[in-house]
Design a protein around this ligand. Structure first.
Ligand code: AMP
Ligand code: MN
Ligand code: MN
Ligand code: MN
Length: 286
């Protein structure tokens, strides 16, 4: 049997969270890059999806647009992100949950601002807020404002110095646990995907533990192909997905145009992965 492979990118951000392209511009870029199956997965919000569909539906050859969200959770004091794919964007349980996440974000953002002010960096809250506009505040907005205002050379450096776990501006996270986020995603008809598992700076032993406990918490899938990763990393993630009977997913985690990360870039689909979109519960919903 010959099955057609669609260029899939199932992790991306718009200005509805800490991305820098509007939903319209992001979908236009995805089309331009040849992406055929595309998920928008903003942090703790679905606010970009309606506009994205509107634009996509106006195209002569629309792409397959998947409704997604990236939920922040807490596991052993780490910030762990769980992507929900193919969720029903009209689901009220999910909407209520995300409204609560937004409140948590606002509280945390104010506290980040206070911590930075104590460290001598004034106006960061207001600056980040201005960049965020209507979007819920993210550390990404803080990093952008701080880089643009000379507090470090670029966003990764801001994280390294100020915003990463344990640094001056880091607020110990108070997100809910993985099981609750997975449960909400399921209630909204979606599948849960552990985001960028190798991005949490965990030792091999802790990463194994995370994936195992994620599976035990009800997780369906994990990202195994990322826009930027070594072959060793990819193989390790695929092995972990097999060991834990998790489906695989693929995504760039695109936030803004740069030399490093691009929509659809490096997202080849290796053999031997059971992809999340091939599962029966996905097929039933699409
Ligand atoms: P938050 O959801 O508010 O905790 O912010 C997390 C977001 O910050 C991530 O989704 C990235 O967009 C960004 N981020 C995290 N770590 C880094 C880093 N080392 N360099 C640049 N951006 C980062
Ligand atoms: Mn982000
Ligand atoms: Mn993430
Ligand atoms: Mn992301």
């Amino acid at each position: 049997m010959i099955t057609e492979t669609l260029l899939a990118d199932l992790h991306s951000h718009t200005t509805a969270s800490d991305g820098q392209l509007s939903p319209t511009d992001l979908v236009a870029r995805a089309l331009d890059k040849g992406v055929q199956m595309f998920a928008i997965t903003d942090h703790d919000t679905l606010a970009g999806l309606d506009e994205a569909h509107q634009f996509n539906n106006s195209q002569a050859q629309p792409l397959k647009l998947i409704d997604g969200v990236e939920i922040s959770t807490r596991w052993n004091s780490f910030d762990i992100h769980i992507v929900g794919l193919n969720v029903d964007r009209g689901n009220s349980v999910l909407a209520d949950f995300l409204a609560h996440q937004r409140e948590l974000r606002e509280i945390r953002a104010m506290e980040i601002g206070e911590r930075l002010a104590k460290a001598g960096i004034e106006g960061a809250y207001e600056g980040a807020k201005a960049l965020a506009g209507d979007a819920a505040l993210s550390r990404g907005h803080y990093a952008r404002w701080m880089a643009e205002n000379g507090h470090a050379v670029d966003m990764p450096s801001v994280f390294k110095r100020y915003l990463a776990r344990g640094k001056t501006g880091y607020v110990p996270n108070n997100w809910g646990d993985m099981a609750s986020a997975i449960e909400i995603i399921h209630q909204a008809g979606g599948l849960a995907v552990l985001a960028h598992p190798s991005g949490y700076k965990l030792s091999a032993k802790w990463l194994k533990r995370l994936v195992r406990e994620y599976k035990e918490a009800g997780g369906d899938a994990m990202e195994v192909v990322l826009g930027q990763q070594t072959l060793d990393d990819r193989n390790n993630l695929i092995a972990l997905s097999h060991q834990n009977q998790l489906l695989g997913s693929i995504g760039s985690d695109f936030h803004f145009p740069s030399n490093w990360i691009e929509l659809g870039k490096n997202l080849f689909q290796p053999q031997g992965v059971d992809w999340v979109w091939q599962s029966q519960s996905w097929v039933n919903r699409v």
